[in-house]
Design a protein around this ligand. Structure first.
Ligand SMILES: C[S@@+](CC[C@H](N)C(=O)[O-])C[C@H]1O[C@@H](n2cnc3c(N)ncnc32)[C@H](O)[C@@H]1O
Length: 247
């Protein structure tokens, strides 16, 4: 019996899709290698909330997730005082993770909640220059708060940063996640948060890679002005991290 070529291709594609799907499910359910020993031990000792356990299962970037977790755990252990902040919240995915890692901390959320602004886009080069004001505009504060499903410690600072930071000029910070993609807000974020960072506090800047020239330039220029070294993390989009020296 002769089987037509297109049928062979069809069956091969179906088999390939099934194999990939089974592999994906297997990884999601059984791959314990994603989880560092400290996390597994904390889970065994009942120190992780059900919400956080669920977030870890579904968070696509395990390196980013566990870096957040190790930093938050260090801040608790070393009793580093101060609030948490995120500049660049979009729909609240990373903010939700940070909040549920330490729900007792105040978490300030900075975003236009309307996407990028023209004055920031105007200075961009490379891939970022192809973005427009409609990118990341599909969000709403109420939707973000519903996604986070947190407690009263969440404080929203809507508007264009750094203008939106006026209300928190007297705040001290222990952890800051800058994820604003562009040169202007990244530079402004580093300049605003670093002097307000507690000794031992941490600033992370997401997207420290060639696709976001503005982010790389803002971080590199800023690092020349402070005594701390910057650490590059191998998460999916690469993060630059600075820990404020203690003494
Ligand atoms: C990549 S998204 C944030 C993603 C989010 N951190 C996450 O992991 O789910 C970048 C966000 O930065 C915000 N943003 C960029 N420039 C800003 C500025 N100058 N002021 C306030 N928000 C800004 C955009 O509105 C957008 O929501």
């Amino acid at each position: 019996m002769k089987i037509p070529v297109f049928q062979i291709i069809n069956y091969s594609l179906i088999i390939l899709v099934v194999i990939l799907f089974v592999r994906y499910l297997w990884d999601v359910i059984f791959n314990p290698n994603y989880q560092p020993p400290g996390w597994r031990n904390a889970r065994k000792e009942g120190r992780l909330s059900r919400t956080l356990l669920k977030l870890e299962k579904n968070y696509p970037d395990k390196v980013r997730f566990f870096n957040f977790w190790f930093q938050v755990e260090r801040l608790k252990k070393e009793q580093v005082p101060g609030a948490f902040a995120e500049l660049g919240v979009y729909q609240g995915e990373s903010a939700r993770v940070l909040h549920h890692m330490d729900p007792e901390r105040r978490l300030h959320l900075f975003d236009t909640f309307e996407g990028f602004k023209n004055q920031d886009l105007a200075v961009e080069k490379g891939e970022a220059a192809t973005y427009t004001t409609s990118n990341f505009a599909d969000t709403r504060i109420s939707k973000v708060l519903a996604t986070i499903a947190g407690n009263k410690n969440i404080s929203v600072q809507p508007g264009h940063f750094p203008g939106s930071a006026l209300k928190v000029v007297h705040e001290k910070f222990a952890l800051v996640n800058i994820d604003a993609d562009l040169y202007n807000p990244t530079k402004a974020g580093l300049e605003f948060f670093y002097p307000r960072l507690s000794p031992g506090g941490v600033i992370m800047v997401h997207d420290y890679n060639y696709k976001w020239e503005g982010v790389v330039k803002a971080v590199d220029d800023f690092c020349k002005t402070v005594p701390e070294a910057m650490v590059v993390l191998p998460d999916m989009e690469t993060t630059a991290m600075i820990i404020r020296r203690k003494f």
